[in-house]
Write a protein that binds this ligand. Structure first.
Ligand SMILES: Cc1ncc(COP(=O)(O)O)c(CN[C@@H](CS)C(=O)O)c1O
Length: 404
């Protein structure tokens, strides 16, 4: 598919905002949905809505088959060894909380260390703070440099025999920095630590292969990769997930319940208590099949072009400073303009139909590092175009003029 054919698959891109064509540059917050994803959810509720794993009737069998086939599609998408290593969660946040609590309960003890980085999203900071407080473990933070890159020597220095788990973003949602996670995983394993990769911002943009990475856990959200909200995926190595206690109790996660004792279900259901977002889970597979149809060659090439072009045009604007200038970067640009506040710029851009995000992007410690309250962030997806970048730049120039 060429870019015109791709954009036709996203109905929302035809929308007007404040009378202007929508230019959607907030894909880091959530991506837009292709028609096949929308249709799949509509079709489920119209044709075979029922609960899964329990009913003997036709609709339940159909829904169960579709849901479990989605699990297999996800397994192949991230190249997991087994489909039961794919756990449906509520999102990246849900997945990290599951690992922090279950892994933490089983393997974290007083004086142990959890290692994260200074660029982490709050959902990869707060759950670890909570479990460290509960278990008397210590949270350590890998510092970054002014460009927004991890200081690798500091990472190696902070790793020790006390490090139980390393939890880092593959790609920063605020800076766009791509971290060298494969070699970090190798080093962490040498030190005896397990590794969780927050792949919320990488799965939508590049091929992620969990066996090649050799990570112990990897989490991401369907809504950032063109699927529905309320669905996330936790990948975990079979031996890790089998060694961890359930995270939530309820239906589906049990084998047998008596008032004296309950035995638990096997993987993946041990970690999937209660009725899930069935339609969302099924539609997630369609989002993946759509991405496969577009192809990562196109996705990575298109987004690289957009990043380079947008960066070049932004740097022509006087008083503009880009926050996050890593050598290895994804299509996320955070920036500030002298004598303006991000919120004001974002508001004026919205009046011109351009959707960006402003604020701390759930990375307040990162804002503290730069000594700023927040940034303006443009985050691109493969359906954005250079023409949209031109509209964005013209609107930004107008906004800056109005504010100065
Ligand atoms: C790196 C990273 N890690 C975790 C999350 C949380 O994803 P959830 O689907 O909300 O659970 C996000 C979501 N970042 C959004 C909302 S703050 C952004 O605008 O950048 C993320 O980018």
């Amino acid at each position: 598919m060429n870019i015109e054919e791709i954009r036709k698959e996203f109905p929302i891109l035809e929308q007007k905002v404040n009378g202007k064509p929508l230019v959607y540059l907030d894909n880091g917050a959530t991506a837009q949905k292709p028609s096949i994803v929308i249709h799949t959810i509509d079709q489920y509720y119209k044709e075979y809505n029922s609960n899964i794993h329990r009913g003997v009737h036709h609709l339940s069998q159909l829904a169960t088959t579709q849901y479990e086939e989605s699990r297999s599609t996800i397994q192949k998408f991230i190249n997991a060894k087994y489909s039961h290593e794919v756990i449906f969660t509520t999102g990246t946040t849900g997945g990290i909380n599951l690992v922090a609590n279950s892994f933490g309960k089983q393997f974290l003890n007083r004086g142990d260390e959890v290692l994260i980085s200074a660029m982490e999203h709050h959902s990869n900071i707060v759950p670890w703070q909570m479990i460290c407080e509960e278990k008397g473990a210590v949270l350590k933070v890998i510092p970054i440099n002014e460009k927004g890159e991890l200081i690798y020597e500091e990472f190696l220095r902070l790793l020790s025999e006390k490090t139980r788990i390393l939890a880092v973003a593959h790609i920063s949602n605020t800076l766009g920095t791509i971290n060298p996670v494969k070699k970090m995983i190798k080093e962490a394993h040498k030190a005896g630590a397990k590794v969780l990769i927050d792949a919320a911002q990488s799965v939508p943009h590049c091929q992620v292969d969990v066996q090649d990475l050799d990570c112990d856990f990897l989490v991401f959200s369907a809504h950032k990769m063109f699927g529905p909200t309320g669905v996330g995926i936790l990948y975990g190595k079979e031996e890790m997930l089998n060694a961890m206690p359930p995270y939530q109790g309820g239906g589906d996660m049990i084998k047998e319940v008596t008032f004296e004792k309950t035995t638990y279900n096997s993987l993946p259901h041990k970690f999937e208590a209660g009725t899930p977002n069935i339609a969302g889970g099924i539609a997630t597979a369609e989002a993946i099949l759509f991405m496969n149809q577009v192809g990562f060659d196109f996705i990575e090439c298109q987004e690289k072009e957009l990043l380079e072009y947008a960066t070049e045009q932004l740097l022509k604007i006087e008083g503009l400073r880009i926050i996050g200038t890593a050598e290895n970067k994804a299509s996320v640009i955070s920036f500030l303009v002298d004598n303006t506040h991000p919120f004001d710029v974002g508001t004026l851009l919205d009046q011109m139909g351009v959707a960006v995000r402003t604020g701390h992007h759930c990375t307040q410690p990162l804002m503290d590092f730069y000594g700023i309250p927040g940034t303006i962030r443009a985050s691109f997806a493969f359906y954005n175009t250079k023409e949209e970048v031109d509209v964005f730049i013209a609107a930004l120039k107008k906004a800056v003029m109005m504010l100065s």
